[in-house]
Design a binder for this molecule. Structure first.
Ligand code: UFG
Length: 325
């Protein structure tokens, strides 16, 4: 298959590109390198530096490459930043996606896989969270993703567009090859920050909130290995190519770990002790986010391979010790 991947130089994008290539697909990466790393794109993949808001450029690219589908990762992702600069998030995540959809429509590219997020659920009532849970984001980042999901639903009803929206829970870990991994600047995610502390790059790790209604008082998240998440994209692509109807799927294991459990597992995996301090809650953090991923397993036939927290942290640690970018 011929697939265009926006944001293919980013964390989840680059792991998906690698998997797409390993499965014999022809891949084109479009990335403005605002947060992505060109080193994360394999040499045998065409890379074009382009911003998704540039509709005309996208049209030229699509007319030439003629992708059968687009996998759309490119977006701003940092929740905290979205509360400080919401306009930038709406411009990039919403306008950017509309620009992409417009370019796709004008060049007859009519399949898209969209990177959505568990953040669309806000503070969910049902845990594990099914896809039928109301969409009620509590931060601008989640709002922008929910906006795009609404647009996709409307557009697909009237245009010849089919889509799969994948609602990611907490992507973590790195490709076991050590060639690619997570590299955000600034880094705000728990696992890489814990490992940077184990490495000695940071003095201490803060636990944001110890008074949540959870067994140990800290937030619980569903950490999914980035390669299992990449696999969900491959399956979604095959699903759309074989005529599957537009749909939304949660991507997580259905199992949650607390912040304290992550820290303890990181100490065990790295064999290092480090300083942990307790701080106030971080604004906008729901207590528990755990996926009900039965729909992904049933309809897309998703069978995760790396549902093992120690393995996830081990691959992230290997990357942290031998980072290429
Ligand atoms: N945390 C700490 N200390 C830190 C960093 C994080 O205690 O130094 C806590 C957070 O408060 C949270 C948990 O660790 O309770 C996980 O935080 P992350 O920042 O790693 O991830 P989030 O759950 O906040 O967000 C991630 C993605 C979002 C996505 C969400 C969906 O960054 O884009 O998962 O579950 F929406």
């Amino acid at each position: 298959m011929k697939v265009a991947v926006t944001g293919g130089a980013g964390y989840i994008g680059s792991h998906t590109v690698k998997l797409l290539r390993e499965n014999g697909n022809k891949v084109l990466v479009i990335d403005n390198l605002y947060n992505g790393h060109q080193e994360a794109v394999p040499d045998d993949v065409t890379f074009i530096k382009c911003d998704i808001r540039n509709t005309e450029n996208l049209k030229t690219i699509f007319n030439e490459f003629k992708p059968e589908a687009v996998i759309h990762f490119a977006a701003f992702i940092e929740v905290g930043e979205s509360t400080k600069n919401p306009l930038a998030f709406y411009i990039n995540n919403v306008s950017g996606t509309l620009s992409l959809l417009s370019a796709m429509e004008q060049t007859a590219v009519n399949r898209i896989i969209f990177s959505s997020t568990a953040a669309v659920y806000g503070n969910p009532k049902t845990v594990p969270i099914p896809e039928t849970e109301p969409v009620k984001p509590i931060n601008p980042y989640g709002q922008t993703k929910a906006c795009v999901e609404k647009a996709l639903k409307d557009i697909s009803q009237f245009d010849n567009l089919s889509y799969v929206s994948l609602r990611y829970f907490n992507a973590a870990g790195a490709d076991p090859s050590g060639l690619i991994g997570e590299s955000h600047n600034p880094e705000t995610h728990l696992i890489p920050l814990v490992l940077k502390t184990a490495k000695g790059e940071r003095e201490q790790i803060s636990i944001f909130g110890t008074d949540y209604p959870t067994p140990d008082g800290t937030c619980i998240r569903d950490y999914i290995h980035v390669n299992d998440l990449a696999k969900a994209h491959l399956l979604a692509l095959e699903y759309l190519m074989s005529g599957g109807k537009s749909d939304i799927f949660n991507c997580g294991y259905g199992k949650g770990y607390s912040v304290r459990e992550i820290i303890e597992t990181a100490k065990k995996v790295t064999g290092r002790n480090f300083k942990v301090i307790e701080e106030e809650r971080r604004q906008g953090d729901p207590a528990v986010l755990v996926a009900d991923s039965s729909k992904l397993r049933k309809i897309l036939n998703w069978n995760p391979e790396f549902d093992d927290l120690e393995f996830i942290i081990k691959t992230a640690w290997n990357w942290e010790l031998n980072r290429r970018f």
